[in-house]
Design a protein around this ligand. Structure first.
Ligand SMILES: Nc1ncnc2c1ncn2[C@@H]1O[C@H](COP(=O)(O)OP(=O)(O)OP(=O)(O)O)[C@@H](O)[C@H]1O
Ligand code: SF4
Ligand SMILES: [Mg+2]
Length: 325
C-alpha cells in the first residue's frame, strides 16, 4: 500500500452521560482503540449500525471534536501538534459532504455566494479567475453554470447534493469525509451521485472516507471497507472480499441483511439488541448476538488480526464465513 495520507492510531472517544449517577460510569465510550489508514486516492467505506460511532470517527478526523486519546496523522503530520497556520492549511485539505446539504446551505445565499465563500476562506481563485472557477465547479458536478444565481430551494435533493459536493471540492481538498452523503436521496439519484463521486476521485485523486449504514452503497464506491460495532473495528478488508466472503460474524450479518444477497450465500439473521456501550459483554462485544459464540470469546477482547494479506478481523475464529472455508 502507498504511504498513508490519513493515519489514525488508538483513537478513543467518550461522551459524558446525561443521567448522572444512573450508570456507574459517568462517560459513554463511543470509539474504542480505532486504527485506520487511508492511502492517497483511496476510498475507505465505513459501515455499522446506527450508533456504532461512524459520524464520531468522521468528526474526530475533521477535528470537529477532540478525541480523548490516540493520534491522527495527515500526510505524516500529527494534527495535535500543528501551529494554527498549519492547521488552517490542513482544514483546506480535509472537507466534508453532509447527509442533508439543504440544512448546511444558507437558504438566502445563492450558489455563487456559497461557492465563493469557500474560495474566499482560503484565498483561492481570487479576482478575474473567480468566474471561470465557479463555472468549472458546476460543470464538474454536472450542473449548468446558469444555476449560479439560484437559491438552494430552487434545486432538487440530488442537485443540492451536487452543490454540496461542489462546495467540498472547490478548495481542491486531498481528503473528503462523506457522511451518509447519499442516504437521503432516491435510489436512482443515489447511483448518479455515487458515480459523480467516483469520477471526481478518478479525476482529482482525492481520498474519501465514505460513511454509510448501507453496505451495498459502500461497496459500490469503496476500495476497502471497515466495519464498526459498538465503537470497535470488527473487520477491515477489500470491498469485494467483505461483501462476498465476510470473515467476521458481524460483517456476515450485515451482508445477510442486504436484499441483493446472492442466493448461494448462507443468510445469517442478526438477532437481539445492540448492548449498551456503557456495559458491553465481556470479551468480544459482539458475543451477545453472535451465533458462533463460544466460552473463549468472553476471555478477552479479540484483537484485530491479519487473516489474509489484505484483511483483518477481530474474531477468535480463523474461518472466512460464507466463502471458501
Ligand atoms: N455530542 C454527543 N453527546 C453525547 N453522546 C453522543 C454525542 N454524539 C454522539 N453521541 C453518541 O455516540 C454514539 C455514536 O454516535 P454516532 O453519531 O457516531 O453514530 P453513527 O454510527 O454515526 O450512527 P448513525 O448511523 O445513526 O448516524 C451514539 O450512541 C450517540 O448517541
Ligand atoms: S470472537 Fe466469538 S463472539 Fe466474537 S465474533 Fe468471534 S465467534 Fe463471535
Ligand atoms: Mg452518523
Amino acid at each position: 500500500m502507498k504511504q498513508a495520507l490519513l493515519e489514525v492510531r488508538g483513537l478513543n472517544k467518550s461522551y459524558p452521560t446525561s443521567k448522572k449517577g444512573f450508570f456507574r460510569r459517568s462517560r459513554i465510550p463511543v470509539l474504542r482503540d480505532v486504527d485506520l489508514s487511508i492511502a492517497p486516492g483511496e476510498v475507505l467505506g465505513l459501515v455499522g449500525e446506527s450508533g456504532s460511532g461512524k459520524s464520531t470517527l468522521g468528526k474526530a478526523v475533521l477535528k470537529l471534536i477532540e478525541a480523548d486519546s490516540g493520534t491522527i496523522k495527515f500526510d505524516g503530520r500529527d494534527l495535535a501538534n500543528l501551529s494554527p497556520e498549519d492547521l488552517r492549511a490542513v482544514r483546506k485539505d480535509i472537507q466534508i459532504i453532509f447527509q442533508d446539504p439543504y440544512a448546511s446551505l444558507d437558504p438566502r445565499k445563492s450558489i455563487r455566494a456559497v461557492l465563493s465563500e469557500a474560495l474566499d476562506t482560503h484565498q483561492l481563485h481570487m479576482g478575474a479567475k473567480r468566474e471561470g472557477r465557479l463555472n468549472e465547479l458546476l460543470e464538474m458536478v454536472g450542473l449548468s453554470p446558469e444555476f449560479l444565481g439560484r437559491l438552494p430551494h430552487e434545486f432538487s435533493g440530488g442537485q443540492r447534493q451536487r452543490i454540496g459536493i461542489a462546495r467540498a471540492i472547490a478548495v481542491e481538498p486531498r481528503f473528503i469525509v462523506a457522511d451518509e452523503a447519499v442516504s437521503a436521496l432516491d435510489v436512482s439519484i443515489q447511483a448518479q451521485v455515487l458515480n459523480l463521486l467516483a469520477d471526481l476521485r478518478e479525476k482529482t485523486g482525492v481520498s474519501i472516507l465514505f460513511i454509510s449504514h448501507d453496505l451495498s452503497v459502500v461497496r459500490f464506491i469503496s476500495d476497502r471497507v471497515m466495519v464498526l460495532y459498538l465503537g470497535r473495528v470488527m473487520e477491515i478488508g477489500r470491498a469485494d472480499d467483505i461483501h462476498f466472503s465476510p470473515a467476521h460474524p458481524y460483517t456476515a450479518a450485515l451482508v445477510s441483511a442486504e436484499p441483493s444477497l446472492k442466493p448461494s450465500l448462507e443468510r445469517m439473521r442478526l438477532t437481539g439488541e445492540i448492548p449498551s456501550p456503557v456495559n458491553p459483554p465481556p470479551g468480544c462485544v459482539f458475543s451477545s448476538r453472535c451465533p458462533y459464540v463460544q466460552d473463549a470469546c468472553a476471555a478477552e477482547i479479540p484483537k484485530l488480526r491479519q487473516i489474509e494479506e489484505t484483511r483483518f478481523s477481530a474474531c477468535i475464529r480463523d474461518n472466512i464465513l460464507n466463502g471458501v472455508q
